[in-house]
Design a protein around this ligand. Structure first.
Ligand code: ATP
Length: 272
């Protein structure tokens, strides 16, 4: 099968994708690419890379939030134009994006209410999503009454309630302590299994990628390209106990050996 046909079958396909910021050749920043990447339907894919290599730029392009400068991006076979997040894609950002003046239930309902779903359907979906995220007892609470981990669960619930087929997460647990991150990671795996969605996770944390993902794309220093794809052996029923599996160190070791030089290159460039 040729490359074009393969990408058309992928859940998400990127061919020759680049992103350049600015038009003045003297000052423009080549942030990304060229990227060739295919996300398979239902897989959990993580991207790791050195600071400033273009991870968030890649995220914005796959989310449909920002256009590629060149190349082609498809979601379910249709091209993404970079002007709006298309139906079927849900996005979770690092920062706590909950609305402090709304209850947990109203935060979760916000997007689907605006999209015009009936109140009965909104209520059904919100109840099911709060239960899935372990937030059922906090429906009437306000974000300020919750821990950081629970607020982040509210943000994930706001995305899940829209029933996305592709979920994009950019450093979603970056602000949380290590133990909460492990627990949140388990919850993310659980909802990945229950929803069957494809997940793309951007993370700095090699251990997070090694625990959560089926495959991990390692990016080069800017302009970020995919240097290597590392597969994990855990199987679908994995949880945070994989961190004590002897193979876990092999995976994080392989990721780090790929990233070490790239991180040094990124630091050297940043210092210029
Ligand atoms: N709007 C913009 N205009 C100009 N340059 C930009 C813009 N957005 C990002 N860049 C540059 O593109 C490069 C890649 O940025 P990006 O935020 O995608 O990297 P990252 O890998 O997500 O970084 P980090 O790991 O630090 O979060 C950086 O050099 C950044 O300064």
């Amino acid at each position: 099968m040729n490359m074009a046909a393969r990408i058309a079958e992928a859940h998400v396909g990127l061919t020759g994708v680049t992103r350049v910021f600015g038009s003045d050749p003297q000052t423009q920043v080549k942030a990304l690419g060229p990227i060739e990447l295919e996300l398979r339907k239902g897989e959990f894919f993580a991207v790791v890379g050195p600071s400033g290599c273009g991870k968030s730029t890649l995220f914005d392009i796959v989310a449909g939030l920002s256009p590629a400068t060149s190349g082609k991006v498809t979601f379910e076979g249709r091209p993404l134009t970079g002007s709006a997040v298309p139906d079927g894609i849900g996005v979770v950002f690092q920062e706590d994006a909950s609305f402090p003046w709304l209850t947990v239930a109203d935060n979760v309902a916000f997007g689907i209410r605006r999209a015009g779903l009936s109140e009965a359907e909104v209520s059904r979906r919100v109840t099911a999503t709060l239960a899935l995220m372990g937030l059922a007892d906090f429906a009437k609470a306000y974000p300020a009454q919750l821990s950081g981990g629970m607020r982040q669960r509210v943000c994930i619930a706001r995305t899940l309630v829209q029933r996305p087929r592709l979920i994009l997460l950019d450093e979603p647990f970056g602000a949380l302590d290590q133990q909460t991150r492990l627990i949140m990671g388990e919850e993310l795996l659980k909802l990945w299994r229950e929803t069957g969605a494809t997940i793309l996770l951007i993370t700095h944390a090699l251990d997070e990628a090694a625990m959560l993902a089926d495959r991990i794309g390692v990016m080069s220093a800017r302009p970020g390209r995919i240097l290597d794809i590392v597969e994990t052996p855990w199987g679908i029923e994995r949880d945070s106990r994989v961190v004590s599996d002897p193979r876990f160190g092999d995976i994080t070791g392989r990721l780090w050996s790929r990233l070490r030089e790239e991180s040094m290159a990124a630091l050297a460039t940043a210092g210029q």
